[in-house]
Design a protein around this ligand. Structure first.
Ligand SMILES: [Zn+2]
Length: 472
């Protein structure tokens, strides 16, 4: 179906000023599903899945100070929380990238030096309103009533400083041209249109260094400056492929996934930096939406914050992954609700696939059916493959649950508990083939469920297992 030989997928590297939250989990679970899908299609060695943490900048230094830690110690602790959360969520990353890795410093410096040598970086004075929450100077439309729209309680600072500037104004038309020629793409379409509109509206040069921020990577030709944290962070995607010869072949990335608020950095600035350094562009930049909880923005003061770790404790990793990715169409904005999570868990998992596995296993056990070891299907269904290859995990899951519903109907119509002998065996064999289909297709999303179905029906005598999903 696809002519890919390898697949390199990234999440953003998350900023360590906060603990892993639901938004991070959503992005990372989706990336994990794509990585697992392509591993099955292309082989483990041909997939590279990167996540990690973004650890430099004034905001991190300030958070460390507030926590009474040295910056490195502070970032070590927060990075460990991410690693732990991703273990709980069964995230199969190949590299957990940290921007404080000394190997990264060299890659960043070499790349910036190249751009500097190409005449695309110059020294200038920057004057503007800076939000330490965003780690950037704000444009007028980002300031409402004297405050940052994203950080209404953070004091804004008027700053003037000597910075190195990147000639984004010169690169932007070339990047736009590359986008329009299809050299890389931005999806979904609506967000691509926004990016194109913004690119056409006139782009200014951007500052890529800071003076007086010591927690960062020194600019190679002027060590009194450190690299702007966003530039340092973006380069991680390339940097990770430079640490070992065996990884070189993965650049350019096939898929960068992120939430829509940081699409601009990933859909223009990143491509401009790569172009300036003479490096190939990524294939696809995919921005997913934001979500509300019960119609409201998630916030501590409203008390509707959903903690991914608590969700895993409540539902288990597999189920939580399912509930997240089926909540709304990937790419769109959507709404989550704990009540709907519970309903869906009971309907689709406990009473759905869980019950189905139990009933079929129970009948097979009574009929003394042998598990047909080795006959687990290996290929994805066409619907699932096509959804995954167009980066629509929610559609893939819907297609899988159609197999479940169809099997449920067959059992209801055929009433196998009334059958005996060869008739019963024949019916059960058909059901088990279907369950095998579910197992292979669901693997990228719910790896434990996939393995459980395989263990029950495809390895030795079939026994009714303990319930896979307890009703809530
Ligand atoms: Zn801000």
């Amino acid at each position: 179906m696809s002519d890919r030989k390898q697949f390199y997928v990234t999440t953003p590297i998350y900023y360590v000023n906060e603990r892993p939250h639901l938004g991070h989990a959503y992005t990372t679970v989706a990336a994990d599903a794509f990585a697992r899908y392509w591993r099955k299609v292309l082989g483990d060695e041909n997939v590279f899945f990167l996540t990690g943490t973004d650890e430099h900048g004034a905001k991190v230094a300030a958070a460390a100070e507030k926590a009474g830690r040295a910056p490195q110690q502070f970032t070590d602790e927060v990075a460990a929380q991410y690693v732990e959360t991703w273990q709980l969520l069964n995230i199969s990353y190949d590299t957990f990238f940290r921007t404080t890795d000394p190997r990264h410093r060299k890659v960043v410096q070499d790349l910036l030096q190249k751009i500097y040598d190409a005449g695309l970086i110059y020294k200038g004075t920057y004057k503007g309103t800076y939000c330490i929450g965003c780690e950037k100077y704000l444009s007028p439309e980002e300031i409402v009533d004297g405050h940052c729209v994203l950080h209404p309680t953070t004091q804004l600072v008027e700053q003037e400083e000597e910075n190195y500037f990147f000639k984004l104004s010169e690169l932007a038309p070339r990047v736009l041209d590359a986008l329009e020629r299809g050299e890389y793409r931005v999806i979904p379409e609506g967000r691509r249109a926004e990016i194109v509109g913004k690119m056409q509206s006139g782009i200014e040069d951007i500052s890529i260094s800071r003076q007086g921020v010591t927690w960062g990577i020194p600019v190679p030709w002027d060590e009194s400056h450190t690299t702007y944290v966003w530039v340092d962070a973006l380069i991680n995607y390339y940097s990770a492929t430079q640490f070992e010869d065996s990884l070189n072949r993965f650049w350019p990335a096939d898929l960068h996934i992120m939430a829509k608020d940081i699409l601009w950095f990933h859909a223009l600035i990143w491509e401009a930096l790569l172009m300036a350094a003479g490096l190939p562009l990524p294939e696809t930049v995919l921005a997913h939406g934001f979500f509300t909880v019960d119609g409201q923005k998630m916030s501590k003061s409203i008390g509707n914050v959903i903690d991914p770790v608590q969700m895993v404790e409540e539902y288990g990793a597999d189920s939580f992954r399912y509930l997240l990715l089926t909540a709304f169409a990937f790419g769109n904005d959507g709404d989550l609700s704990l009540a709907r999570f519970r309903e869906k868990y009971n309907a689709d998992l406990a009473n759905g696939i869980g019950n189905l596995v139990s009933r079929v296993a129970n009948l097979a056990e009574k009929a003394e059916l042998e598990g047909s070891a080795g006959s687990m299907p290996q290929a994805f269904s066409p619907d699932v493959a096509s959804a995954m290859e167009s980066f629509k995990p929610d559609e893939a899951l819907r297609a899988i649950w159609e197999i479940v519903a169809e099997l449920d109907r067959s059992i209801h119509d055929e009433e196998p508990w009334k059958l005996r002998g060869e008739e019963l065996r024949e019916a059960l064999s058909r059901y088990i083939v279907k369950l095998g289909e579910v197992a292979v297709n669901v693997g990228p999303f719910m790896p434990a469920l996939s393995q459980a179905i395989e263990a029950v029906f495809f390895s030795g005598p079939i026994r009714k297992p303990d319930p896979l999903f307890l009703r809530k």
